[in-house]
Design a protein around this ligand. Structure first.
Ligand SMILES: Nc1ncnc2c1ncn2[C@@H]1O[C@H](COP(=O)(O)OP(=O)(O)OP(=O)(O)O)[C@@H](O)[C@H]1O
Ligand SMILES: [Mg+2]
Length: 293
């Protein structure tokens, strides 16, 4: 009986004082620019700092977070939505302590869920047993509705870019679309597969200059990731480089990025909890509808 009361008290505390979570979408526009690698390694590095971190695999077409981490996903959000299991049953925990929500197959779009399913999903996240410090969202390549919706619901949008014309063009296209839809969007550019810190900064400046000139915005520089053979070794081992080779150049770079994320302020508003991210996600048209009334 006492336990029931303790559970209820804990539940009420969660409801009355939701902990703010930093929600960070990992994007890039182009395929193969290092989004998923960044998501899993940044997540592992944050977990290593002792931050409660969750990674939501939102690449519905080519979901591979679980593969990169050597995890076996049996259930996913679709099962939660269908009421077949609880969110906690879906969550996998990697060796670093990073928690992972595997992707759905893509048959169910967040946008087409019924009201009851929306409410169920939001409720599931609000009842997470352990509050979160950071929620990372690995997005798909391209500019599909899913990528846009997840990025708009996040507080920061990390944009991976490599030093090749198609990557720069796609990163610019992504920033253009998102900034037009949501002028308050905060972009954080990561220069990936570069030879040096100087090369990283030059690549960032290339992208920043076109954004400044044609869109009137200046995305921030988050940092660079070196082209690193250790990273490829870690992939073959289905591990993160942060765990497998912690003093390699790329592991150090991910640790640097994690410390930066750790320094970002959490949303100050009361509606900063993970359930409110889900709410923004499943009801992206709420504000525009309110504006029309
Ligand atoms: N810094 C790096 N050093 C070495 N190899 C890298 C680096 N970044 C990316 N790669 C290589 O690029 C491949 C693709 O990375 P990743 O799967 O993270 O890209 P992605 O952007 O998520 O792709 P997709 O768009 O298909 O989801 C990796 O398997 C790896 O071989
Ligand atoms: Mg990917």
């Amino acid at each position: 009986m006492a336990d029931v009361h303790l559970d209820q008290a804990a539940g009420l505390r969660r409801l009355s004082a939701p902990r703010s979570v930093k929600v960070v979408a990992i994007t890039g526009g182009k395929g193969g620019v290092g989004k998923t690698l960044t998501a899993v390694n940044l997540g592992a590095a944050l977990a290593g700092l002792g931050r409660s971190t969750m990674l939501l695999d939102a690449d519905f077409g080519l979901a591979n977070v679980d593969v990169l981490l050597g995890l076996k996903a049996r259930l996913n959000l679709e099962h939660v939505v269908a009421g077949q299991c609880a969110l906690e049953d879906v969550i996998l925990t990697s060796t670093s302590g990073l928690r992972v929500v595997p992707a759905t197959s893509g048959n169910v779009s967040m946008a087409t869920l019924s009201r009851v399913q929306h409410a169920g999903l939001i409720g599931a996240f609000s009842q997470l047993l352990e509050p979160l410090d950071v929620l990372l969202v690995d997005t798909a390549a391209g500019l599909s509705d899913g990528v846009i919706t997840f990025s708009e619901a996040a507080q920061r949008v990390v944009v991976l870019v490599c030093d090749e014309p198609a990557s720069l063009t796609d990163a610019y296209g992504l920033i253009k679309v998102l900034s037009r839809r949501q002028p308050s969007c905060r972009f954080e550019v990561v220069a990936n597969m570069v030879d040096s810190a100087v090369h990283g900064r030059e690549l960032y400046e290339k992208l920043m200059r076109v954004c400044h000139r044609f869109l009137g915005i200046t995305p921030a520089y988050f940092g660079y990731l070196p082209n690193d053979e250790y990273l490829r070794h870690a992939i073959r081992r289905q591990s993160t480089v942060v765990e497998a080779f912690p003093s390699s150049p790329s592991a150090r770079a991910f640790q640097r990025l994690a410390r930066i994320v750790d320094g970002w302020e959490a949303p100050a508003q009361a509606r900063g909890g993970v359930e409110f991210f889900m709410e923004r996600l499943v009801r992206p048209d709420r504000e525009s509808l309110a504006g029309m009334q």
